[in-house]
Ligand binder design. Sequence first.
Ligand code: GLU
Length: 284
Amino acid sequence: MDNLRANLKNKKRVVVKIGSSSLQHPETGDLDYTKMDILVRELCNIRNEGKDVILVSSGAIGCGRKSLHLKPPLTIAQKQACAAIGQARLMTTYQKIFSEYSHQAAQILMTRNTIVADLNRRNAQNTFNELLRMEVIPIVNENDTISTFEVEDIIGDNDTLSAIVTALTGADLLILLSDIDGLYTDDPRQNPNAEFVARVDSLTDERLRMGKGTTGSSVGTGGMETKLTAAKIATYSGADMIIANGADVRVIHRIMEGRDYGTIFKANKNEAFDFAQFIEELHR
Ligand code: GLU
């Protein structure tokens, strides 16, 4: 077994990101309770191993849209209203399932300002640390109701958000669950010669250019480009990162066992890297 993979079982603080498309039934857009249940069970199991776990979950807008019976395209105000309804529904469902496994979940909603404003960032960091010390599982999303979704003054998407959370909490592993198996040299849906990349040891400019605008998903916002931005933030902050297919969320324990799923990006701590400044410059 690859050393990098074998070492994953020794990780102490793990951030898992799940996208809207992995939480919903593709036919209807309604929440897939079976998947949510398996996801929560996987996370509780990591917690039961004595590791800290943080979940970054999308789905607020999709969930609210379903309960309001709205059809896309939606205005920004409509999306924000959907998020206000959907985030509460999403958390109600998560809390119910977490409590079935005797674990506590907490909600943390963040905006770009949570990162770039020093006081807010310190407060967020303290809250994360306190929750983790209490063995609670924080569930994070962007505060879509007050930050303007899909316009420039936000963190942008939950791929980037999960990497920020990794940096902020000093986590040593980020697992990005996506609707694609990992990184390819080109978009495999368009180019049959695209090759799968199993391991990335350093993020060269050439690698960063491999990001394409979309993964083909109609509900999430993050394409491969945002995943590579996430890889930069996470690996420069000292965490390994994995992009894997979230179609079967049991992939989480398989990854933790060191098995070969997805693309692994090796941690490459860069002392000069300031993630708050990076975010400030990313959406200036
Ligand atoms: N924050 C958005 C939501 O919960 C999703 C953002 C994303 O998918 O990247 O609906």
